[in-house]
Ligand binder design. Structure first.
Ligand code: SF4
Length: 119
């Protein structure tokens, strides 16, 4: 009897919450609204890349824009990004080495990490 009353109380509360959710469905913002809001948060110097990216003008601009966002729009942080496992690491802006050199550098960092993991 006690248990049944508790279950009824819980179901009653769930029902109330469902009613509230039905009455106030969360309005999904349109892509344009979201882009406008995001653009307002981006420093002016980095808006061009974002606009090119969301306008499907450039994949490179998309990588650049994403990296800037990832590091809080501090350009220098992208150059020294240490997240070697990030899928964008090889494509991040500000890298100053050729593709082959990047792979060699990546391998060197990898072997350094392997050597440091012996415990
Ligand atoms: S490469 Fe670095 S800066 Fe760019 S998205 Fe990945 S973790 Fe962020």
């Amino acid at each position: 009897m006690h248990r049944a009353a508790a279950v009824r109380a819980i179901l009653g509360k769930l029902g109330e919450k469902m009613q509230i959710l039905k009455q106030q469905p969360e309005k999904l913002k349109s892509r344009e609204e979201q882009i406008r809001e995001r653009l307002a948060q981006i420093p002016e110097s980095q808006r061009r890349a974002y606009i090119k990216a969301v306008g499907r003008k450039s994949m490179a601009a998309a990588c650049k824009s994403f990296c800037y966002e990832c590091v809080g729009y501090v350009r220098e942080e992208v150059k020294v990004c240490s997240d070697l496992a990030c899928p964008l690491w090889m494509y991040r802006p500000g890298r100053s080495v050729s593709g082959k050199a990047k792979i060699e550098r990546f391998s060197a960092v990898e072997s350094t990490n392997d050597a440091g993991s012996d415990e």
